[in-house]
Design a protein around this ligand. Structure first.
Ligand code: SF4
Length: 422
């Protein structure tokens, strides 16, 4: 049996792409090899969001070549174009070619691929994960000044509702209780003139698929959010009341230099609307600290917005220089100053994450159990994407159980579940 191994770097969209490639290979008779050695084909699905991810991709390439000297090495993902011509690589498959991976990697002919996959190939399971990611949109037209993604994933394009419904049906049929809709710029779904459905349409349709317990939205760029969308989402029973809205900065001048195309006031309007239409929603975010030219006063603006919105979780990214982006031409701020700002924002947002949990204490919450940790705690997330740990038996994995929330820290709850030990 021909064996393949696949390494994935990067975001949920890239993890989805890996599953898509994995299922093509299996359909073509390949077997996945979990071991490092003994593969006939090694696929590296790369990311290039930071210099660090480039370094990791090169490390995986050397490792694959060392452990599988006779294997065919195929590079794909966001670092592909920059890596062309690299020694030790047998084939390159760009992001836009992943749908035709078998052909572009030189494994089968076009005719054979059509025989194997048909015209509407989609994933049917998400290996290694309880919650399944479904890519509804790819590419981006926003060109934020710090971001390399539009150069590696092309222009925004949306998958059809028919494709998505078939895919989600298959995932639910194969036991996935929660579907996470993801995209490079989810909010730009359905905005092209050739698109027949809006983001609200596609979410409503998917939400109605029988057996789907939970529907979650991945990152939603603020410039893609509308009052109408928020209102329509609030009417969907199985939609998780958790919104990840990347703010990036709490200052309008910095947002302008970032080319984010919204102002802080609009961000407040959206978060206020979410709090109006959803019962106890959770709003998390991404913030870039130390963006070139950001002043202390402007950073204070970010601290104020975080305090005002009361984020349930904040992913903090110290600005990282990315050659090829507009921002890379701007003067960097003093690294010591950047670290100090990271520490102050971390301190504040840890406190906010803790405070966000307090109103939920002593409430019952439904947790989708994902794994058991070394200390014997079952781990999972509730609909608000808040992590919960509780004692229980392994057989509860991939089940939704009701847990009483007893204790809160900034990173998670500790709880008790009556039936967990049965
Ligand atoms: S919206 Fe901005 S940050 Fe997000 S992928 Fe597009 S360019 Fe990058």
């Amino acid at each position: 049996m021909k064996k393949f191994s696949i390494k994935t770097l990067g975001c949920r969209v890239n993890q989805y792409d890996t599953q898509y490639v994995r299922e093509q290979l299996k359909r073509a008779g390949w077997e996945e090899n979990q071991e490092g050695e003994g593969s006939n084909l090694c696929v590296i699905n790369t990311c290039t969001i930071t210099e660090k991810s480039d370094t990791k991709a090169k490390y995986f390439l050397r490792q694959a070549r060392r452990e599988n000297p006779d294997a065919k090495i195929v590079l794909t993902g966001c670092f592909t174009d920059k890596m062309r011509g690299l020694e030790g690589v047998d084939a390159y498959v760009s992001n836009m070619e992943k749908e035709k991976f078998l052909v572009k990697a030189g494994l089968v002919s076009e005719e054979e691929a059509f025989e194997l996959l048909g015209s509407n190939f989609h994933i049917a399971q998400f290996e290694g994960r309880t919650r399944a990611f479904v890519k509804v949109q790819d590419g981006c037209d926003a060109f934020c000044s710090f971001c390399i993604v539009p150069f590696t994933r092309g222009r925004s394009h949306s998958r059809t509702v028919e494709q998505l419904v078939q895919e989600v049906r298959a995932l639910v049929f194969n036991g996935h209780q929660e579907i996470v809709l993801t995209g490079v710029h989810l909010g730009s779904y359905g905005l092209k003139k050739e698109d027949e459905h809006s983001l609200a349409d596609v979410i409503e349709t998917i939400s109605g698929i029988p057996g789907l317990k939970r529907l979650r939205l991945s990152s939603l760029e603020p410039m893609g959010l509308t009052p109408e969308l928020i209102k329509r989402l609030s009417e969907l029973e199985n939609l998780c009341p958790h919104f990840h809205l990347p703010l990036q900065s709490g200052n309008n001048r910095v947002l302008e230099v970032m080319r984010r195309n919204y102002e802080v006031e609009r961000f407040f309007e959206h978060t206020a609307l979410i709090k109006k239409h959803f019962n106890q929603p959770s709003i998390s975010t991404d913030i870039i600290v130390g963006f070139p030219t950001e002043t202390e006063e402007e950073f204070q603006g970010t601290l104020d917005v975080a305090q005002e919105v009361q984020f349930s979780k904040t992913h903090i990214f110290p600005y990282s220089h990315r050659s090829g982006t507009l921002a890379s031409r701007l003067p960097a701020i003093d690294p010591k100053e950047m670290n100090d700002r990271v520490n102050r924002l971390t301190e504040l947002t840890d406190q906010l994450a803790y405070e966000h949990k307090l109103p939920f204490l002593d409430q019952q919450t439904d947790v989708l159990v994902e794994e058991k940790d070394e200390e014997g705690f079952l781990q999972g997330y509730n609909k608000n994407y808040l992590k919960v740990l509780f004692k229980g038996e392994e057989h509860l994995k991939n089940q939704v159980v009701s847990v009483s929330l007893k204790e809160a820290v900034s990173t998670h709850f500790k709880g008790e579940c009556e039936h967990a030990l049965l």
